[in-house]
Design a protein around this ligand. Structure first.
Ligand SMILES: [Ca+2]
Ligand SMILES: [Ca+2]
Length: 186
């Protein structure tokens, strides 16, 4: 009887170890997938924003100030063509950060009933990575309390900063930050 109990206990320990091993590797797998999905999402969102900024003229981005100024929303018009040296602009477009839903929204023709609104990203962090709302530049990038999407001007270029953050089912927090310096078209 004692032997049966001991062998059952040993079996229990072995089985327990196997279960733990399996769940550890499942967690590792989940966290790997989770992190790379968030990374892809941050990269593709940054690509879209950068492409939009590259397609406009810097003088249509008056709202984008030099550090320590920043903004989380831009209104611009894409240059479709240049005829006799004059740019031909497309419909107005807007990129904005909605803190309430953690989204980056892109809107074409925001003032018109035919306007189109598309979510470019979810999981955008309230504040950029390393920043807390305290009036101080915690992450040392020259801007204080910048949000999870922040634009600022650096001479003739636009700096774009984006942080995505997400928690997996084990409450592990993943954070991906992208920074890009973009030149607008002439
Ligand atoms: Ca900062
Ligand atoms: Ca701060």
């Amino acid at each position: 009887m004692v032997e049966v109990v001991i062998s059952l206990t040993i079996l229990g320990i072995i089985l327990g170890n196997i279960v733990m091993l399996q769940s550890a590797s499942a967690n590792a797998y989940e966290s790997g997938v989770f992190g790379s999905t968030l990374e892809d999402s941050a990269e593709s969102t940054m690509d879209r924003i950068a492409l939009a900024v590259m397609s406009t003229r810097i003088d249509s981005l008056d709202e984008v100030l030099a550090a320590p100024g920043f903004c989380s929303e831009i209104d611009y018009e894409v240059v479709l063509d240049v005829i006799d040296g004059e740019p031909v602009f497309g419909a107005p477009e807007k990129i904005e950060f909605l803190m309430s839903t953690g989204q980056v929204m892109w809107t074409r023709d925001p003032e018109s009933p035919e306007g189109v609104e598309i979510s470019w990203s979810r999981y955008v962090s309230e504040m950029l990575e390393g920043e807390v709302p305290n009036g101080v530049d915690d992450n040392g990038n020259g801007i204080a309390d910048e949000q999870g999407l922040a634009f600022n001007r650096d001479v003739n270029q636009i700096m774009i900063r984006l942080t995505l953050t997400r928690e997996d089912s084990n409450h592990v927090q993943y954070t991906k930050t992208k920074t890009r310096r973009v030149t607008c078209r002439n």
